[in-house]
Design a protein around this ligand. Structure first.
Ligand SMILES: [Zn+2]
Length: 434
């Protein structure tokens, strides 16, 4: 993307008073996919689109031909030229587990070779290994790891991410994760306390005592560091009753509610999400039509995570049923060290199309506007006046390249809050502009 400071060239015939003041102008979009309309209405795409922003907020969106009469770029403003490529809202990844230490790459190979996860856990591997490494890491170590991962997320087009704790499992270590996750970085974040992720080995066979710790000490200690409370309600993790206790304690501490539900088995998590009015229920591989109807009635968004099914070689969530049932659908990465070591929503988009039979536009909507809705954010995920100026410029003119041309990074440039934070992916649409 070429970008240059405005030079104040040319007198403008329209009276200045009719124009909005801008400090950033984007022009040259082959199409600007505003995401202000559903997939059936072409996502609000504008051929030959442009936008203007001021102080990080979008002040005008429309056809480039109308830009000169609409916006007045400050003399020291930034002018970006998309060169005919496609412009999208930044991805909104509504489910990640970023602040962890250590790698489990060796276990991935073992599991492919047939070693069971229970055996790996029993020898201190699996999530136990991540908990050990995360407890041993300093806050500075975790913050550095977060920074590297946030950089990668931005390069791959994610501009807002939900980020969970859940590998500390003590009050001090969960708080350490949340503080590290909050390190200064252009990636916009929504922090989630997930102290009830797993029963740590020191509480083996005493899950209720661990839930006491979560409710009585961890939530009061960590609530000031987070917006959301999550719980892993599933086989091998926590029961519906234990999960209810955690979520009610989270609500009492002022946190919004999310839940890992029905991933490994029919856990009752989706029903609990409906009962408590959780903002989202995530995974939902085993959700039924009855549960979909309950979630719809309670306004619970469905967050699907196909990267996890890919890594574990298991079934995919019935995302088409969620759409047919009228649920808000979000597509997220579940980036984590055990079941989805992937921070690229571009790959996740491709999986959602291939394995969940979403159309490319349905997947794009779920990864932007859908993600924002699942985080109760009305300021990101769409390109419209009054929204944050967070967008990506692809290396291609065609948004359908995203799921189709998979396994490589198709994002060229990224803008967050009206600031260019990634620049210079190789373009192959130069000259497309008409
Ligand atoms: Zn998760």
């Amino acid at each position: 993307m070429q970008h240059r400071h405005a030079d104040g060239r040319g007198a403008n015939p329209a009276p200045a008073a009719t124009k909005v003041a801008a400090d950033l102008v984007l022009r040259g979009a082959g199409e600007l996919v505003a995401m202000t309309a559903l997939p059936a209405a072409d996502l609000g795409a504008i051929a030959g689109g442009a936008l203007a922003a001021k102080d990080g907020v979008i002040v005008w969106v429309g056809r480039e031909a109308e830009l000169p009469q609409a916006a007045d770029l400050a003399a020291d403003g930034i002018e970006l030229d998309a060169g005919g490529c496609c412009v999208l809202p930044g991805f909104v990844d509504a489910h990640t587990h970023v602040p962890f230490a250590g790698s489990r790459a060796d276990e991935y190979g073992e599991r492919l070779g047939g070693v069971g996860y229970a055996d790996i856990l029993a020898r201190g591997g699996g999530i136990n290994r991540t908990v050990t490494a995360t407890r041993q890491a300093s806050e500075e170590d975790l913050a550095r790891l977060c920074t590297e991962r946030y950089d990668s997320m931005l390069r791959n087009g994610t501009t807002t991410a939900e980020v969970k704790s859940g590998y500390g499992l003590t009050t001090a270590d969960e708080a350490k994760q949340l503080r590290a996750a909050a390190i200064e970085h252009p990636l916009r974040r929504e922090l989630t306390f997930l102290g009830a992720h797993f029963v740590p080995s020191e509480y083996a066979d005493r899950a209720d005592a661990f839930i006491d710790l979560v409710c009585d000490e961890m939530i009061p200690g960590c609530a000031p560091l987070a917006r959301w409370c999550d719980v892993f309600c599933d086989q091998g993790a926590f029961t519906v009753d234990q999960s209810r206790r955690v979520l009610l304690a989270g609500r009492a501490a002022g946190l919004g509610l999310r839940i890992h539900a029905d991933e490994l088995a029919r856990s009752g998590g989706a029903r609990l999400a409906a009962e408590l009015g959780c903002v989202s229920a995530d995974h939902l591989i085993h959700a039924t039509w009855e549960e979909i109807a309950m979630m719809k009635a309670a306004g619970v968004a469905a967050v699907v995570l196909p990267g996890t099914s890919y890594t574990l070689g298991c079934e995919y969530a019935p995302a088409r049923a969620f759409l047919e049932g009228g649920l808000t659908l979000a597509l997220a990465s579940d980036f984590n060290p055990g079941s989805c070591n992937c921070e690229s929503l571009q790959f996740i988009l491709s999986l959602a199309c291939q394995q969940m039979r979403l159309t490319p536009d349905e997947a794009l909507y779920a990864a932007t506007a859908g993600g924002a809705a699942a985080l109760h954010r009305d300021d990101v995920g769409v390109l419209a006046v009054g929204k944050r100026c967070d967008f990506t410029v692809l290396v291609s003119a065609d948004r359908q390249e995203l799921p189709y041309h998979f396994g490589v990074n198709l994002v060229s440039d990224v803008v967050v809050d009206g600031r260019v934070v990634v620049q210079g992916g190789a373009r192959f649409c130069e000259g497309v502009r008409q």
